[in-house]
Design a protein around this ligand. Structure first.
Ligand code: ADP
Length: 174
């Protein structure tokens, strides 16, 4: 039996030239884990049509948190983020699809769950600014860095998903 791993998104189910195929990093945060909402959060992304390229449970340590939240290191709430994000293991996901970075950000909703629009993950499931269920990379460049920070090449998988022929129009598949 032959096994294959594909580490780049564009040479998998989409034909070459579909250069809007992106991978992004999602973290299912400790509040979602503790509330038994990990499956609910994951199913929102799956139902939308994002493909799981990588998935694992991980306990965030200080070094990883400092790197991941470097842009917030000067904020007064930085220590509480680190405490919150290490309270339970999290589930890290690498999700793939056309314009996946922006699609996932939209699905999550704005940072403050109380202000997030109904229909979004945070808007439907949360009440907090900090305990907002989910992290999603905020740009294509950030996504590349974050996926590489959380996943090795060997942990990212390419595999056929025949539904792709119905999920996207033929011109979108390249
Ligand atoms: P986002 O996760 O929506 O991209 P940020 O990158 O600005 O937002 O912040 C990272 C995380 O830090 C947020 O998801 C949230 O958990 C936490 N956070 C942001 N702002 C605050 C704040 N003012 N008070 C407490 N926690 C915050």
């Amino acid at each position: 039996m032959a096994f294959s791993r594909v580490a780049t998104p564009s040479d998998n189910d989409f034909s070459q030239g579909s250069n809007n195929v992106e991978r992004t990093l999602i973290l299912i945060k400790p509040d979602a884990m503790a509330r038994g909402l990990a499956g609910t959060v994951l199913s929102r992304f799956e139902a939308k049509g994002l493909k799981i390229a990588g998935i694992k449970m991980i306990q965030l340590d200080e070094a990883l948190l400092k790197a991941h939240y470097r842009h917030l290191a000067d904020k007064p709430f930085f220590p509480t983020i680190c405490e919150f994000m290490s309270r339970t293991p999290v589930i890290a996901l690498c999700l793939e699809g056309l314009e996946a970075v922006e699609v996932c950000r939209s699905l999550c909703g704005v940072t403050n769950s109380r202000k997030a629009a109904p229909g979004t993950i945070r808007g439907d499931l949360g009440m907090s600014m900090q305990a907002n269920l989910v992290h999603a990379s905020d740009s294509v460049d950030t996504a590349k860095a974050e996926v590489a920070r959380f996943f090795s090449e060997a942990e990212l998988f390419g595999y056929e998903q025949p539904v792709i022929n119905f999920l996207y129009a033929s011109d979108e598949r390249g």
